[in-house]
Design a protein around this ligand. Sequence first.
Ligand code: PLP
Length: 406
Amino acid sequence: MTTLTETYIEREANVLAHNYHPLGVVASRARGAFVYDVSGRPYLDCLSAYSSLNFGHGHPTLRRALRRQLGRLALTSRAIHHDQLADFATELSALVGGEMVLPMNSGAEAVETALKVARAWGYRVKGVPDNRATIIVADNNFHGRTLGIVSFSTDDSARKDFGPFLPGFVSVPYGDAEALEAAIDDTTVAVMVEPIQGEAGIIVPPSGYLKRVREVTATKNVLFIADEIQSGLGRTGATLQLHNEGVHADLVILGKALGGGLLPVSAVVGRADVLRVIQPGQHGSTFGGNPLAAAVGLAVVRLLAPGTLQRRARELGDHLHRRLSGMSLLGVVGFRGVGLWAGVDVDPSLATGRQVAEKLVERGVLTKDTHGSTLRFAPPLIATPGHIHFAMDQLEDSLRSLSAGR
Ligand SMILES: *Cc1c(COP(=O)(O)O)cnc(C)c1O
């Protein structure tokens, strides 16, 4: 670490709340798949801000859309109309296979939105008695950090000392469609799951699970809400991970990459008859659907519409997964993933995920650990096969150096 980096990190520690424990890199600019630190050193970004940077840093088309809109109209609030929102909503709906859009800013806000819509639908359409609605979620879920959302987290560190919690949620084991079916009763208004659990370590459910969730919820008149904030928009080699499974949800939650790595943009997309339960004055956001967000979101949708980036994610993912499958002797005890996304379990007796991530930083690769000895790889979809092999070479070298130091 250079003194420049150390000085900066020390200054932050004095004035920033310690709600994160960042790696020892101080970024000052970035382009494409690379981040450059304050001394100009490049790092291959294999984290992509948790899939917010699916199109890399400063994608020229997205920057052009932002710059153009910045010169015309940035903010109105939705007290009036503006000329960017209809195109954004129309093309986003067409891209993901929905009918109507409710735009928000952050992922957590879009999740809260979907939950409110589901409860209102439960009372107004399904006929659930007042204040009795329940929503089924999955163990080890990650849907954000608001009080409402941490109320149904099963992660102690997300909940401890933040109670009292919001009632009305039931959590069942992830990937177990029978447990989910058994938990449904007359008060159930929705089931909400991540098609792949990103934060939990890129956990891919058994094949057929999402199809079964769809069948069960349809049969029992329960909404199926898919949180595709991290799995969606190209990461898994399809526009949605649901598309890979041939499944259609009632509501899809998008965020992260929807802002093209430039702005926070999120949305709930889905059935018009469901989203129509919300009437003027019942839900909103000052910044949700603002002109800059809509213009960038529209440019993101148009980048994904031809399907080229999704195909690229699949091809790069083949390189990534092939390389990982050859690392068992180096201490990789397991890995999972779909498309350009992998959760890599390192032998816990060799190192923690954090230690491997720090070795990778020394070798110019940015990743993030999660849950003990798991590392996440999610390079931008605009990376090259050479970038993937570079990252995997550095991972092998890091694991060798940890073995040697044992
Ligand atoms: C990141 C994430 C969220 C929360 O998004 P924020 O923008 O951080 O509020 C919700 N769900 C999933 C699956 C996520 O990965």
